[in-house]
Design a binder for this molecule. Structure first.
Ligand SMILES: [Zn+2]
Length: 348
C-alpha cells in the first residue's frame, strides 16, 4: 500500500513566535489537519512553559502519514526507544469504525478533537528499527504505515549503588517482611490495570516545582550486596538492574504533582517503593510516584494535572530523599519526561 510520510520540523525557540504569528494570521486558510498540528504545538508550548527552570522544554516532533482516506499523525519527543508515542487517526469516512494495531498489538482508541488517538511505548531495550502500524476497518486492512524507531543508547552507572539495609544480606527476611512484600506485589498488579477510556485533559504538568535529574531513565546500575561475617563486611556479587523510572532531586516534604488528569489507583506504603501513588490516566497509561514522606491523594480519587498528590521523602529502598517517577504505557516502561510533552487533544 502506497503511503506518504511527512516530517514536520520542530520549530526552534527563536522561530517559535514567528510561527505562532503565522498561525494566528494563516489559521483561517489552513486545512483542518494542519491547523490541528499548529494548535497542538501551541498547546505543547503552553504546557512546557509551566515546567521548572532547567527542564527540557523542547517541543515534540510530529510525522504525518497518508494512505487513501486515512491520515496518521505520530507525535514523540524523538521517536526513540524508551519514549512515548501519541498516535492520532483522522478520516472523513467513518472515524468510529477504525481500529489501530501496532506490531500486532491492538490499541484502545479514545475520541479526540476530529480524531481518535492511542498511546504506544517504544520499549527501551527493543532492537526494533520500525513500528508496523496497521489501520483496520472491521476485518479489512485500510492502511499500513512504517514508523521508524531511533535506537537511543542509555547510560551505564560508574559506581555501585549502596542501598544500606537493602544491600545487607546478613539476616534472612522475617516472615512478616516476606508477607508484606508479597501483598505489595499483588496491590501493584491490581493498580497496573488501566481503563480503556482516557481520563486525560489537554494539560500536562511537571511532577516537581524544581528540576534536577539525579538518576536518568534506564541507566544500567549495579546494586551492591554484602554480608557481615564476624564483624567484617564481605562483598557478594552485585545485582544488575535497569532504572525503571527517572529520579528527580527533592528534599523531604517537597511537593509532588500529578503529571496529568487521572484516577488514583494506589496510595499506600509498600516495602521497596515506600509511600507510593499510582495514577491511571486511562487508555493504557499509568504514572507512579515513589518514596514519599506523606501521601495526600487517596485511592479512588480523581486528580487533575498539577494537583499535589504527596510530599517527597526517603521511604522504601533509597539512598536518600528524592522522587522516583515511573510510567507505563500498555505495561511497557518509558521515560516519563517523554510523555509530558505530548499534545493530547481529547474531545471536550
Ligand atoms: Zn529511581
Amino acid at each position: 500500500m502506497k503511503t506518504i510520510m511527512k516530517t514536520f520540523l520542530r520549530p526552534k525557540k527563536s522561530l517559535y513566535f514567528l510561527y505562532l504569528l503565522c498561525f494566528v494570521f494563516c489559521a483561517g486558510k489552513s486545512t483542518r489537519a494542519s491547523s490541528g498540528v499548529d494548535s497542538q504545538l501551541m498547546q505543547a508550548q503552553a504546557n512546557v512553559a509551566t515546567f521548572p527552570e532547567g527542564a527540557d522544554k523542547t517541543l515534540p516532533q510530529v510525522k504525518k502519514f497518508q494512505s487513501a482516506d486515512i491520515t496518521l499523525y505520530a507525535w514523540s519527543q524523538d521517536f526513540a526507544r524508551g519514549h512515548a508515542l501519541l498516535l492520532e487517526l483522522e478520516t472523513d469516512n467513518r472515524l468510529n469504525d477504525l481500529q489501530l494495531v501496532v506490531n500486532d498489538k491492538k490499541l484502545p482508541l479514545s475520541l479526540g478533537q476530529g480524531c481518535r488517538y492511542a498511546f504506544y511505548a517504544n520499549a527501551p531495550n527493543s532492537t526494533r528499527r520500525e513500528n508496523i502500524v496497521r489501520v483496520l476497518r472491521g476485518a479489512n486492512l485500510a492502511a499500513d504505515f512504517k514508523l521508524p524507531v531511533v535506537l537511543k543508547a542509555y547510560p551505564v552507572a560508574r559506581s555501585k549503588l549502596n542501598v544500606q539495609n537493602f544491600s545487607n544480606k546478613s539476616k534472612p527476611m522475617t516472615k512478616e517482611t516476606i508477607k508484606f512484600i508479597e501483598e505489595g506485589v499483588k496491590k501493584k498488579q491490581k493498580a497496573f490495570v488501566s481503563a480503556n477510556e482516557s481520563y486525560l485533559g489537554q494539560e500536562m504538568r511537571y511532577p516537581r516545582d524544581a528540576h534536577k535529574i539525579t538518576s536518568p531513565f534506564f541507566i544500567k546500575r549495579i546494586y551492591e550486596r554484602f554480608k557481615v561475617v564476624k564483624g567484617k563486611k564481605k562483598s557478594l556479587p552485585g545485582k544488575t538492574s535497569y532504572h525503571g523510572g527517572t529520579d528527580l532531586k527533592a528534599p523531604v516534604g517537597a511537593p509532588i504533582f500529578a503529571i496529568a488528569d487521572g484516577v488514583v489507583n494506589l496510595a499506600e506504603l509498600l516495602y521497596y517503593e515506600g509511600n507510593i501513588v499510582m495514577i491511571d490516566h486511562g487508555n493504557g497509561v499509568i504514572s507512579g510516584y515513589m518514596h514519599q514522606s506523606e501521601l495526600i491523594a487517596k485511592q479512588g480519587e480523581r486528580v487533575k494535572a498539577g494537583q499535589q498528590i504527596g510530599k517527597a521523602g526517603a521511604t522504601g529502598m533509597v539512598t536518600g530523599p528524592h522522587l522516583h517517577i515511573f510510567m507505563l504505557i500498555h505495561g511497557v516502561k518509558i521515560d516519563p519526561l517523554s510523555f509530558i510533552i505530548l499534545p493530547v487533544r481529547p474531545a471536550r
